[in-house]
Ligand binder design. Structure first.
Ligand code: PEP
Ligand code: MG
Length: 579
């Protein structure tokens, strides 16, 4: 069986699939050896018993506190828990299909929901929420037990097959055991894809129903270059993929040899190549691939690992500066949604346009203050730059700067050491900001264009929705025209402008950006050697002319064809080392 999606992180992985379903807790679907099934049934029964004890305790507490009448609600749940259709059926599935208890429960849940949906009695129909509650409790008891798999404790090197991975799940993940990632949803600019790329782990997104179709433990080949997931491949197919993988690994090694060479074009234009990072450990990868600094540290990923007080953040930012010295570290201020703050707010009807990042300042001032304090203090130790995301224009930027200045004043009053002059930058990812850089230039020390969001907002295409992935076209004439205008405005005002969206790490698109004037490109560290090869082989004056001509064409496809023909020599360098 072959499933097709979008290759979002190149490379080939061959290994066993670990399928993860997300209920309220992640559910793995495992095939057990026949002699392990009785132990698994016992594990299930222990979780059911623990759930019963918990429900009885809740019921008696409620009877004490609000009267027996309300406590009866839990009788329905206790009855469900003991019902043969739930407990015995789940045990039967474990015995017959040799699957783990979590997966058996999931199947029972589907069967019982189908039954409940068929009821005509409204009262009975409504009990399906009690069913979810009961099953969720048993599941939590199962996963809470020390012997089940979890994201932080994977059974071995696996190709993780998941619907998606949230930032907090990605933070928890045992990355050392993940050799490939297959996602039902997502696209190239989806955060999990970005993470996989930055760790050099092959990934395919947009596979739609891989979690439903890949059998547990199946041998799979994940081809992140072509966007394929082959399930139980034949021996000749497998041999073909292994040869391809070796060739890719050889090419990777030869590209890494350019680590210390500068990225300067043939006509002498120097472009700084920096790394995007989500976790502190990635600084080492950035150095390994020759990054000249961190151009975007997506700090919000830190929150997936629990809340961080000022002291721990300060130490972490100082450590990043140490690792990257003498190069700069650009930390983006929390780019969060309402669901990420404590107490969590309701999620927005349209999260891409709702309250996020500094729009949440009023709701969570302490979270922002703590981060800015840690940043200002760390900036005394090295070239740290503060980057504000998701600003519409000058008024938003002024508000951000005022908050930063007030935080610096507090530090000064308390006698804390901190940097007085910290470069303050702004992400250019909302079209209104891109269109008004001339007005913004006096107020920002630098700009960093976030093409991932900029494209999504310009073209009205959700970057995380695979159903519209084909419409997400970075080379659309409107995108190029807005980018060209932004570079021109920033250039006229003498403000440096870089790019930290995924366009920066694509060979052709990096030439477009450098041609239009970007002198700093920040990308997944593993993309750096390849982009360096391309830039070193390019004449940026020629690239500029080619882009300005191509921009007048009317579609992304025509623009791409034109540019590929014009820039084919430099692009061929991206494949250098391929044997
Ligand atoms: C962007 O929007 O281009 C960007 C770099 O930020 P993120 O991908 O984290 O939204
Ligand atoms: Mg963004």
């Amino acid at each position: 069986m072959e499933l097709l999606g979008n290759g979002v992180s190149p490379g080939i992985a061959v290994g066993q699939a670990l399928v993860m379903e997300r209920e309220r807790v992640p559910v793995f679907r495992l095939l057990l050896p026949p002699d392990a099934t009785e132990r698994e049934v016992q594990r299930l029964l222990r979780a059911v018993a623990a759930s019963r004890r918990q429900l009885e305790a809740i019921k008696s507490r409620l009877s004490r506190e609000v009267g027996a009448l309300h406590a009866y609600i839990f009788d329905a749940q206790l009855l469900m828990l003991e019902d043969p259709l739930l407990r015995d059926r789940a045990a039967q599935i474990v015995r017959q299909e040799h699957v783990n208890a979590e997966w058996a429960l999931r199947q029972v849940s589907e069967q019982l929901h189908a039954l409940f949906d068929g009821f005509t009695d409204e009262y009975l129909k409504e009990r399906s929420s009690d069913l979810d509650d009961v099953l969720g409790r048993v599941l939590l008891n199962l996963v809470g037990a020390a012997d089940g798999p979890s994201l932080a404790r994977l059974p071995g090197p696996v190709v993780l097959v998941a619907h998606d991975l949230t930032p907090s799940e990605a933070a928890e993940l045992d990355w050392a055991k993940v050799i490939g990632i297959a996602l039902d949803g997502g696209s190239r600019t989806y955060h999990t894809a970005i993470l996989a790329r930055s760790r050099g782990i092959p990934a395919v997104a947009g596979l739609r129903d891989a979690t439903g179709r890949v059998p547990p433990g199946a041998l799979v080949v994940l081809d992140g270059t072509q966007g394929r997931l082959v399930v139980e491949p034949s021996e000749p197919v497998l041999a073909g993929f292994r040869a391809l993988r070796e060739r890719e690994q050889r090419r990777e090694l030869s590209l890494q040899a350019t680590r210390t060479e500068p990225a300067a074009s043939r006509d002498g234009v120097r472009v700084r190549l920096l790394a995007n990072a989500e976790f502190a450990e990635e600084a080492a990868t950035a150095v390994q691939y020759g990054a000249e600094g961190i151009g975007l540290f997506r700090s919000e990923y830190l929150l997936g690992r629990g809340s961080l007080d000022e002291e721990r953040q300060y130490e972490l930012y100082c450590r990043l500066l140490d690792q990257m010295a003498p190069h700069p570290v650009t930390v983006r201020v929390w780019d969060l949604g309402p669901e990420d703050i404590v107490p969590a707010g309701p999620s927005s009807p349209n999260p891409a346009l709702g309250p996020r990042a500094l729009r949440l300042l009023g709701r969570a001032p302490d979270a922002f203050r703590t981060q800015l304090r840690a940043l200002l203090r760390a900036a005394a130790h090295g070239p740290l730059r503060v980057l504000f995301p998701f600003l519409r224009g000058a008024s938003d930027l002024r508000e951000a700067r005022a908050f930063l200045a007030a935080t610096a004043r507090d530090l000064a009053l308390e006698g804390h050491g901190h940097a007085v002059e910290v470069p303050v930058g702004m992400m250019v990812e909302i079209p209104s900001a891109a269109l008004t850089l001339a007005q913004l230039a006096p107020e920002a020390d630098f700009f960093s264009v976030g093409t991932n969001d900029l494209i999504q907002y310009l073209l009205a295409v959700d970057r995380a929705d695979p159903r519209v992935a084909a419409l997400y076209e970075p080379l659309d004439p409107a995108v190029l025209s807005v980018l060209a205008g932004a570079f021109e405005q920033a250039g006229a005002a003498g403000r440096p402008v870089g790019v930290c969206g995924e366009m920066a790490g694509d060979p052709l698109q990096s030439l477009v950006l450098a041609g239009l004037g970007a002198r700093e490109l920040s990308m997944s560290p593993t993309a750096i050697p390849r982009i360096k090869q391309v830039l070193r082989a390019a004449d940026l004056g020629h690239a500029r002319e080619a882009v300005l001509r191509a921009m007048r064409l009317s579609s992304a496809a025509e623009i791409e064809a034109h540019l590929r023909a014009e820039l084919h020599e430099a692009l061929a360098a991206a494949d250098a080392g391929e044997s």
